[in-house]
Write a protein that binds this ligand. Sequence first.
Ligand code: ATP
Ligand code: MG
Length: 332
Amino acid sequence: KPRLFSGMQPSAESLHLGNYIGALLSWKALQETHDAFFFLADMHAITVPQDPVALRENTRRTAAQYIAAGIDPSKSTLFVQSQVPAHAQLAWVLNTLTGFGEASRMTQFKDKAAKQGADSASVGLFTYPILQAGDILLYQAAEVPVGEDQRQHIELTRDLATRFNSRFGETFRIPEPYILKETAKIFDLQNPQSKMSKSSESPAGIVWLLDDAKTTAKKIMRAVTDADGQIIFDRDAKPGVANLLTIFSVLGEIPIATLEADFAGRGYGDLKKALVDVVEASLGPVRARTLELLADPTELDRILAANADRANEVASATLADVYDKVGFLPRS
Ligand code: ATP
Ligand code: MG
């Protein structure tokens, strides 16, 4: 099976419907055909200030949501980044191979630093893509499923791997990005021109996986549409309706054309009411299972530790090879 690597930051209490549709659902399918590694990027999360108590809790909560959404920790390797020391160790070596100018061209840093104010952005935020390159290369991953926004970081990963291989000899597999389909992109319910995002301030526009059924229903019923009244998929002219149709289509497993036909001549209220049921049928069980898993944190921590052991076996072998190739003296 081809090796696959992906993950996300445990930077919020709950994942949202965009993460669920855009990442978790495809990961769940991919774990059947791949030797999959999924991680919780807590070391990436601290590149912006985090409250320690919240970070620990959010890491557990995010892990629980992965499992509840169908990532099976006995099929896939599901682990916490900081529990595998090779991530920090490889990042250091890769830091020394990255040009300052090369790192300066990363647009995500520019965006995030601008948000924080350039003077308060950390060096960690600046070297974030290099840590990320190490994450991927440690596992010799063939495929890396990411959103379009991560394409530049995967290019950097490929460049660094190629550079290391040509300087020190064949060590890393060059990973291929596996860009997730545009159709799986979910937009903010209140502002359907922007994507649904953990870090945006849009309380009514984000459907959190852990919102209760009533709150979720309210958000869907109040989703922004348009004055035209027709249930047609047109991303440019009717972004709100298109977003509702996308969510309906993915979760209900019904083609968009079928939905358009079914809802022809009916109102947005009908579409929303039906969508509330479809969303609850998907998210209800995920929410319930997450709460069950969180009720026994000792067991959850045990699963994560066992998975970290598995990740560590692969990662430490790659790191040992790297240390040897760069000329570090082995500890006898
Ligand atoms: P942030 O605002 O901190 O960037 P985010 O909500 O964009 O948070 P990420 O942690 O960046 O979430 O992404 C986690 C995964 O979820 C990635 O695979 C990303 O492509 C996917 N994802 C995030 N938002 C959406 C969305 N609105 N639609 C589809 N997929 C999404
Ligand atoms: Mg993002």
